[in-house]
Ligand binder design. Sequence first.
Ligand code: KIV
Length: 336
Amino acid sequence: MYLSTSLLRSCVSRARGARPTTLAAAAARPLLSARQTRQSSHSPLGTPLANPRKKVTLGTLRALHKKGEPITMITAHDFPSAHVADHAGMDVILVGDSLAMVALGMEDTSEILLDEMLLHCKSVARATKGAFTVGDLPMGSYEISPEQALASAIRCIKEGRVQGVKLEGGKEMFATIQKITQAGIPVLGHIGLTPQRQNALGGFRVQGKTSNGAMKILEDALAVQEAGCFAVVVEAVPAEVASIITKKLSIPTIGIGAGNGCSGQVLVQVDMSGNFPPGRFLPKFVKKYGDVWSESLKAIETYRDEVKSRQYPAPEHTYPLPKDELDAFAKSVEQA
Ligand code: KIV
């Protein structure tokens, strides 16, 4: 049971023999009212949904795909961003290694470690009640051998508490994907532009812009499907190519910068919600659905101004003290 500091103090003063009137009043009310448990500024976010939806499973995703209903996926990097995405009814929440750059300020995604990813997976998993959760295997945690990849994937499930893992690569990852899926861990593929390999690709470049390039992506897609992926992210590929690939596959494609012919879409939450300062580079495919950064800036600036001008805190933001207690306190202070 969690006891707030102020409640602890009041319990101690009661135990030390506070005035009988106070004791009687205290005895008349329950030790921990719902209100008291919420007194900390560290209380959990919000309340659970009034009508919680059914948990999304691989079966749900298969059914959506079969119906031709687009699968919605978004990244979340911590408890609050997962909480809001889950409330918004996203089908899949991805703890993408993009968090290295957008949440941790790293140069690129190759810097992030599996242990760091696991910390973020855990916080996202705690917030997510409805969506299917997937954690990215970071660079260095799966390329050495299928055994290494399986060990990392198992950590994502057991420690990170996500339901599946994503890894980048096509044909060359066949044995690795097989190894992980055969252990009962769902794998989401990722082909086209694979950011972990940006140094080999010559940067963040659109893939499949030639007939040969497009054919290579189709071969990669078929290979990851054959190896057991439940779906595959197709990143930065011309829309027509992604559409043809989608039609050739029996598993869903999740597009990012790959047009409207994919079976679903994924975006990085920080990008689509506008949680970045003006002037930041934004890839062409991102649609900005909000202006979270400006809203936060406005709120924090107003708070700063109100603290400076003593407008905040106002009386309604303070805790009441009975007049007789205040008078007694003032008298004690005077006497002291
Ligand atoms: O890391 C990530 O966020 C991703 C998505 C962009 C697909 O891989």
